[in-house]
Write a new protein. Structure first.
Lengths: 318, 326
């Protein structure tokens, strides 16, 4: 158990290091100079040089890289060019919104996607399966911003049930605030759910189709077990192993969807912030949010590995 | 000894669709089991032998309705179970248990050995909870496995051990009939012997009735009382073991028996070598299905399908004997 954790942590750490390095490089290779955004053109050359030195932008790329790693080690993500505030503080403020959005979407997609996938596999080739399949393909094909805007149009404008954007209405407190946040939540969650649900359905269906052809399913039937128990206990639990593995990876993809969704709904999360930071060439903020998101995805993947090991005794924890 | 019929199979047919036309109608079948009838008597061990692809396993599976029969009927204690569904079918399955061919694939990898044995007992609620556990331990011991294996998982065991688990699982419900489908063919010869001995011990101890499906005639000879020889889904010969081995009637049976290795080189008889392979069950020969490989083939064999003829408890499907009867 401890060794398994150790192995997973080392693996996660290496992944994080690679993610951190790539993030650093990609941002430096981007065209454009942050000083033009950062520094007022009316500033004197002397003041500009001083600011460049303050932010360490005068040093060579390699020196910058090692300084960056060193600061990262101490938990310092740098100072935002635009907000002139520590990146870690800005992210801390935004992260809970995004985590809540992705977390709830993940829970809904798993809770709905796995049963639908199992059902499609069990009814393979029948009408139920064909309907589920067609809808899944549709879900995968939809472009996130389009769906977001359509939902906004119908449920925010034509039928104004939900607020058109933001994460909360200012000036509320207590239960009212809580309810208000919930209302702001529904459309973004719905958008992400529609897009990612199909993945779970299709992956679960594919592995369930394989599992249902296994000999041990026939054994279970021959024991005289109820069909429901055969499907869920012997079938779905085995099919779940691959679904959980995929869930970890899908979470990474969902970050991309979150950026688009949050932008459409002007949602105060990390995704929206990334979108803005790209436009403003705010390197430290981008770097910081990529690292935090990478860390989140890595942690979720380690969690997924643990769930897999629990589901399948052949994956040993030792 | 008065024979009590517990299973009666009448004209069992199991076809698998092979091709469908545009409208979804089936145009070609594999006739895996074609018009098979036999009885199973209480306490006997009935062997079913045949080559790969002859439909032996499909017979076994059809009896438990794991594969839906296309036609014919199956009676268990005078109850027609051919069309039974849901709860009633579950109750029947409780009494007829199956041991499967592949000990590696037929155990669920994420369910422990103990759970695997306890599960059917719990599902049918025939024992109290605490008794289930005790019974599982007793069964593990009975099939020669350590009690400590209860909490272990299938991947930790060898093929022979897993097959024992499969036997313990099949015994858990205290069934009347056990269908052993190639239960030993994937095992080493030494392990085969152990498992076969286990089968005979259990039969004497618990008064079980077996259907023993195998392709190895020497294994079947060792365990069974009565033997069915099957070829391309059809019964070629049914007889008591002694009769079948001392006086095989069907040319196919004669060829099979001549192929059993004999340890003493001086006693080795003339071997009948059959030509070619078993024909594709999708396109079986017309007339007698064995006619393409038979060494005593006559013109009539290619045209007319012979009937199963009975000579006191020895049935055979061959034109050689049809004439004699007339």
């Amino acid at each position: 158990m401890f060794k398994f954790l150790q192995k997973q942590l080392i693996k996660g750490f290496i992944t994080l290091f690679i993610a951190v390095s790539i993030t650093f490089l990609i941002l430096r290779l981007m065209p454009g100079d942050p000083t033009t955004m950062l520094i007022d053109p009316r500033m004197t050359e002397e003041a500009r040089q001083r600011l460049l030195i303050d932010f360490g932008l005068d040093k060579s790329l390699i020196t910058q890289y090692f300084l960056y790693l060193k600061q990262l080690f101490y938990g310092n993500l740098g100072v935002s060019f635009v907000f002139r505030a520590p990146v870690s503080e800005i992210i801390r403020e935004r992260l809970p919104w995004t985590l809540a959005l992705m977390g709830i979407t993940q829970i809904i997609t798993i809770a709905v996607g796995i049963p639908l996938g199992v059902m499609a596999a069990y009814k393979r080739g029948k009408l139920t399966d064909q309907i589920i399949n067609a809808l899944s393909i549709l879900g995968i094909s939809i472009f996130v911003p389009w769906l977001g805007i359509m939902l906004l149009f119908f449920f925010g404008y034509i039928l104004p049930i939900f607020p058109v954007g933001g994460g909360y209405t200012p000036g509320l407190s207590g239960w009212e605030y809580f309810l208000d946040v919930g209302m702001h939540f529904i459309l973004p969650v719905l958008t992400l759910t529609i897009i990612y649900l199909a993945n779970y359905i299709l992956f679960t269906r594919a592995s369930m189709v394989d599992v249902l052809n296994e000999d041990y399913i026939r054994t279970a039937r021959s024991k005289g077990m109820k069909e429901n128990r055969v499907i869920w206990k012997h079938g779905a639990r085995n099919a779940m192993v691959s679904t959980v593995t995929v869930a970890g990876m899908l979470l990474g993809r969902m970050v991309g969807g979150a950026v688009l969704t949050e932008t459409v709904y002007a949602y105060p999360g990390v995704g929206r912030m990334i979108y803005d930071a790209v436009g403003q060439q705010d390197f430290p903020l981008l770097q910081g949010s990529f690292i935090v998101l990478a860390l989140t995805v890595i942690v979720m993947n380690i969690l997924a590995d643990f769930i897999c090991a629990y589901l399948d005794p052949r994956i040993k924890m030792e | 000894m008065k024979k009590q019929k517990i299973l009666e199979i009448k004209n069992l047919k199991t076809y698998f669709p092979l091709k469908r036309n545009f409208f979804g109608q089936v145009t070609n079948y594999v006739k895996a089991v074609d018009d098979v009838s036999f009885d199973l008597h209480k306490g006997e061990i009935l062997g079913i032998v045949g080559e790969t692809g002859s439909g032996k396993s499909t017979i076994g599976r059809s009896l438990l309705r794991l594969v839906e029969p296309t036609g014919g009927s199956i009676f268990y204690r005078d109850k027609n179970i051919t069309k039974m569904k849901g709860e009633k079918l579950r109750k029947i399955r409780k009494n007829i248990q199956m041991i499967f061919q592949d000990p590696f694939a037929s155990l669920n990898p994420r369910i422990s050995i103990g759970e695997c044995i306890v599960e059917p007992m719990r599902e049918h609620a025939i024992y109290r909870k605490s008794d289930c556990f005790q019974r599982a331990l007793m069964l593990l011991e009975k099939v020669g496995l350590d009690k400590d294996y209860y909490i272990r998982y299938p991947h930790e065991f060898s093929g022979g051990q897993r097959q024992r688990v499969g036997i313990a699982r099949a015994l858990a419900l205290n069934p009347e009939i056990i269908i052993a489908d190639e239960a030993v063919s994937s095992l080493d010869v030494s392990v085969q012997a152990q498992i076969i001995n286990l089968f005979s011990d259990l039969q004497q101890e618990l008064g079980l009735t077996y259907i023993f499906i195998a392709h190895d005639l020497s294994v079947v000879k060792f365990v069974s009382n009565r033997i069915i020889v099957i070829y391309l889904g059809e019964i070629m010969e049914i007889a008591y073991k002694e009769d079948l081995f001392n006086q095989p009637l069907h040319p196919y049976t004669q060829a099979l028996i001549s192929a059993i290795p004999v340890p003493d080189p001086k006693k080795r008889g003339r071997r009948i070598i059959l030509k070619g392979e078993i024909p594709s069950p999708a396109h079986p020969p017309t007339g007698c299905k064995f006619s393409t490989r038979c060494f005593k083939v006559m013109d009539v064999c290619h045209e007319i399908r012979p009937d199963l003829v009975n000579f006191d408890n020895h049935q055979v499907r061959c034109h050689l004997y049809q004439k004699k009867e007339e």
